[in-house]
Design a protein around this ligand. Structure first.
Ligand code: 3PG
Length: 306
């Protein structure tokens, strides 16, 4: 089978070598499309692909329609909002993710960003410490749990909310369960967002939640920019000069936010939470293995479009 690795943000070299080895030893052919610009290149490369490994690359209905042989797409990572699931399902294309494989990298970046913001973006002005503060984790999945464990080791009190988990699950994961998202925001000095982008979450974090945060709070978004209602964020930052916002996914209005709020706002130049060699190897190799088992045994364990 021909497997296309399509990554506009390439994997580390070691990950690509590992993926090649796994696929080649199972008799698959590999095509590599890296650092491409524009959808046309992806559409073109997909034409003769039986399988695809992608990251945040946009697997649109156009890409799927252009790939008549396509049977499986594996998103080497957690969030699959970049894949048109309806178009894939309509064509019988299996879509999988590789849950947890890049979670530690994202969690480490979240902790780094909390310290960075607490120390005023490493300017010499007086900052604050994480120890003794309360961290609220919105969605206690693979990333959220790791952020919680690392924050607890730094002396933070950790709370979490997750509509898909019981209180017992959250306690087992090392956090104090909170009943509602509203309660989480109102009671935490730091809130770290780890929800996927879904119709329920997009635009769901706005003025009410953000302005309910305690004095000096930081909102941290290493999930998806779309979950923030940006006008609400801006209004909250305007009214509350003590609040801060940091994101691994630049808001559309980043230029104006930075101009208005200076060091109270930060975003990475390009989404880099999962951008560690280890995460690339873990997620990339898992994706390659999942493709091999799919073709050899019909294994659909990590399918997300059932
Ligand atoms: C994910 O959903 O796994 C993360 O957001 C990482 O995305 P990336 O592979 O595009 O860096």
């Amino acid at each position: 089978m021909k497997v296309l690795i399509a990554t506009s943000k390439p994997f580390a070299v070691a990950a690509v070598e590992g993926i090649r080895e796994i696929l080649a030893s199972a008799g698959h052919e590999i095509a590599l499309l890296e650092k491409y610009e524009g959808q046309a290149a992806l559409v073109e490369a997909a034409r003769d692909a039986d399988a695809m490994i992608v990251r945040s690359d946009l697997v649109t209905s156009e890409v799927i329609a252009a790939a008549p042989r396509l049977k499986i797409v594996v998103r080497a990572g957690a969030g699959y909002d970049n894949i048109d699931l309806a178009a894939a399902s309509a064509r019988g294309v299996v879509v999988m993710n590789t849950p947890g494989q890049n979670a530690n990298a994202v969690a480490e970046l979240a902790v780094a960003m909390m310290i960075f913001m607490a120390r005023n973006q490493f300017t010499p002005s007086t900052g604050s410490e994480l120890s003794g503060k309360t961290l609220g984790i919105q969605a206690f999945g693979n990333v959220g749990r790791l952020v919680g464990a690392k924050a607890a080791a730094l002396g933070m009190k950790v709370k979490a909310v997750d509509p898909f988990l019981s209180d017992a699950d959250i306690i087992r994961g090392g956090a104090e369960p909170v009943a509602t998202v509203e309660q989480l925001y109102a009671s935490c000095d730091y809130v770290s967002i780890h929800v996927p982008a879904t119709p329920q979450t997009v635009g769901s974090i706005g003025y009410e939640l953000i302005s309910s945060m305690p004095k000096g709070a930081l909102l941290l978004n290493n999930a998806r920019k779309e979950v923030i209602y940006e006008k609400g964020l801006e209004k909250a930052l305007e009214e509350r000069p003590d609040l801060k916002y940091a994101a691994d996914v630049a808001p559309d209005s980043i230029a104006s936010l930075k101009e208005k709020f200076g060091l109270r706002v930060f975003s990475t130049p390009k989404k880099m939470g999962a951008q560690s060699a280890e995460a690339n190897v873990n997620a990339g190799l898992a994706a390659a293995r999942q493709i091999c088992s799919f073709f050899s045994d019909g294994d659909t364990h990590f399918q997300v479009n059932r």
